[in-house]
Design a protein around this ligand. Structure first.
Ligand SMILES: [Zn+2]
Length: 193
């Protein structure tokens, strides 16, 4: 687990080397918040990473998922004091079982999400930008004060965009979403991978 400080009270956790997802910790409004939880199987290293910064899993009060693919949802029930958020569309598709269908294609079992996930709303410091494409309910998060864009699997560095050929993708909405993102002149892109 590699930890990088991106801004005051904002850190990035990366599992390196390895094919994994990035997790971000933001502690800017007194409600320690994680953006995505990475792979379930890397949960332990995320916990170790958090402890290096002085946080226990029970200190995390809010988790926002950019989308609900298995490599972003981690082990949510380990964060006992957290509230969980994703877009309404994403919650709907999860309930329809679309994510398990996606995983079956790769022979992976969908981890059970046994916590309640609520519809995400703008926070004082963090704006929700709906970016349908990679999944129907994908979101990006805009932290305007630091000009940081948390882009999930919609946009990666070097202009690489997320896959839209998965069962719950909506390829025809991706361009629109990428256009929407153009108005967020970020200094730091914080992608899901
Ligand atoms: Zn994804």
């Amino acid at each position: 687990m590699r930890i990088e400080k991106l801004a005051p009270k904002v850190w990035k956790f990366t599992d390196w080397p390895g094919l994994s997802s990035n997790v971000y910790l933001l502690d800017v409004d007194k409600i320690p918040t994680l953006i995505d939880l990475g792979y379930e199987r890397y949960h332990r290293s995320l916990v170790i990473g958090l402890s290096k910064l002085g946080y226990k899993p029970t200190d995390i009060k809010r988790v926002i998922f950019t989308h609900l693919h298995f490599d972003h949802i981690g082990k949510p029930d380990a964060f006992k004091n957290a509230e969980f958020f994703a877009s309404e569309e994403e919650i709907e598709d999860m309930k329809k079982g679309l994510f398990s269908k996606f995983l079956a294609r790769f022979g992976i079992k969908q981890p059970t999400i046994n916590v309640e996930i609520k519809p995400v709303k703008d926070l004082k410091f963090l704006k929700v930008v709906k970016t349908s494409g990679h999944t129907r309910g994908s979101i990006c998060l805009w932290y305007s004060e630091r000009k940081m864009l948390f882009s999930g699997d919609t946009l990666f560095n070097r202009g690489i965009i997320g896959r839209t050929d998965l069962p719950n993708s909506v390829p025809n909405e991706m361009d629109n979403s990428l256009n929407k993102l153009k108005k967020y002149k970020y200094k730091t892109l914080c992608p899901g991978h």
